[in-house]
Design a protein around this ligand. Structure first.
Ligand SMILES: Cc1cc2nc3c(=O)[nH]c(=O)nc-3n(C[C@H](O)[C@H](O)[C@H](O)COP(=O)(O)OP(=O)(O)OC[C@H]3O[C@@H](n4cnc5c(N)ncnc54)[C@H](O)[C@@H]3O)c2cc1C
Length: 384
């Protein structure tokens, strides 16, 4: 399908696709098995200038937006949904700075992220605050020009591999969600350490760790927006990064279809390739149709956001729900097309199925996204 991408967007897509095919695909299964972080691939991305596709030129990036970020995530995820996250989660950690950082903060933090020298991460979730993010317990107590952070963030992507973190903490419990504040925290700050590293079902090349704050002093200059704006910083960030999760889902699904299609033409049963059976053909037709619909929704949502649209929660949620549900369906069908071989770790589709699952869970579960979509629909209807 022709998405009328600009010449520059097509170049970005081709470059990311080449890295996916030549550098990531050959090592994806190994990284999955070992569950190690792909430093060598991060270096390749840094050398390729792709790390800053969504960062403005004045801060060292290529000046693109959400669409450029999604294009890169999609292509990398086609080869490995876990490895692509080093890039995608850096986007999640950077968007609070892009959206709410002042000039000084942007100049200080964005160039190293754009060059790939540093990775970023986003710390909102805690053990007892997932979907209900307003339940966070990490505190930031004012002490002169500093805020003293105490608490633990759980399941933070890029956790112990990132250098720059956006962390949301409670500065005034009595104000509820209006009592949260977002801080930029640097790795190496005294009182900031990394806790448990998770052993996961999928996206195993991605680092998922705890961030531990014990009397960690952060200067007030590192507040994003202003005190009390932390929840808004988090929600507006997630509205803009969910299309990235959706792009990850589209990439994983496309990778699974590509493999299943190739396999179906090679695998012979009853003296003919299994691609000649209509049952297999129809499965692949549905997979391709669902992927194309998901991609169209993701690209259009990205264009909508990059075009400056303000109310984007519904569209952002829609593309995340649709693309992630598609990735789950498509990868399950890919395993089915490979039969028993699909169940074996020597073949990539069982990994793709495990990788797809997370896209229905993080950056807001699909149940929560459906809540968002429904609430917006009702709100819109009540205005008519
Ligand atoms: C691998 C991984 C990486 C992650 N990376 C990050 C990260 O980088 N930064 C970060 O801050 N967080 C991160 N997260 C956290 C992630 O965003 C949360 O896991 C997610 O928001 C869901 O929270 P929960 O897991 O606590 O589930 P819960 O909130 O406990 O939900 C459990 C179930 O109840 C359902 N549910 C809950 N409330 C409702 C409701 N109101 N209506 C309907 N259903 C409901 C949910 O949909 C789900 O099915 C990561 C998680 C994982 C697993």
């Amino acid at each position: 399908m022709e998405y009328f991408l600009t010449e520059e967007q097509l170049m970005i897509k081709e470059l990311a696709a080449r890295i996916a095919d030549e550098k990531i695909a050959p090592v994806a299964l190994e990284y999955d098995e070992k569950g190690t972080f792909p430093h060598d691939i991060v270096n390749v991305l840094a050398d390729s200038d792709l790390c800053g596709v969504y960062i403005p030129e004045e801060y060292g990036g290529l000046g693109g937006g959400i669409l450029e970020m999604a294009i890169v995530v999609e292509e990398l995820s086609r080869a490995c949904g876990g490895i692509s996250l080093a890039f995608a989660a850096t986007g999640l950690g950077s968007f609070p700075i892009l959206l709410f950082g002042n000039e000084e903060q942007k100049k200080k933090y964005l160039p190293d992220i754009a060059s790939g020298k540093k990775l970023a991460a986003f710390g909102l979730t805690e053990a007892n605050a997932g979907s209900d993010a307003a339940g966070i317990q990490t505190t930031a107590t004012k002490d002169g020009d500093y805020y003293v952070l105490n608490g633990t963030k759980q399941w933070i992507t890029n956790g112990s591999e990132a250098d720059t973190f956006t962390v949301v903490a409670c500065t005034n419990r009595s104000k509820g969600a209006r009592g949260f504040t977002a801080f930029i925290v640097e790795k190496g700050t005294p009182g900031f350490s990394f806790g448990k590293k998770e052993n996961k079902m999928g996206i195993r090349a991605s680092n998922t760790s705890e961030l531990v704050f014990e009397n960690c002093r952060i200067h007030k200059d590192n507040i994003l927006a202003r005190e009390g704006m932390g929840f808004i910083v988090a929600m507006k960030t997630l509205d803009r990064t969910r299309p990235g999760v959706a792009a990850q889902a589209v990439g994983i699904a496309q990778g699974a279809l590509n493999y299943a299609l190739k396999y179906s033409r090679e695998r012979v049963q009853f003296n003919q390739p299994i691609s000649s059976f209509q049952a297999i053909q129809h499965m692949m037709a549905d997979m391709a149709t669902q992927i194309e619909a998901a991609r169209a929704l993701v690209y259009q949502t990205c264009k909508h956001i990059d075009g400056g649209a303000k109310d984007i929660s519904k569209e952002s949620a829609m593309c995340k729900v649709f693309a992630s549900d598609t990735a789950m369906k498509v990868t399950i069908d890919a395993v089915q097309i490979l039969g028993g071989y699909g169940y074996m770790k020597e073949y990539p589709v069982e990994k793709m199925m495990r990788d797809a699952k997370i896209t229905q869970i993080y950056e807001g579960t699909n149940q929560i996204q459906r809540n968002v979509i429904a609430l917006e629909l009702i709100k819109e209807a009540s205005k008519k």
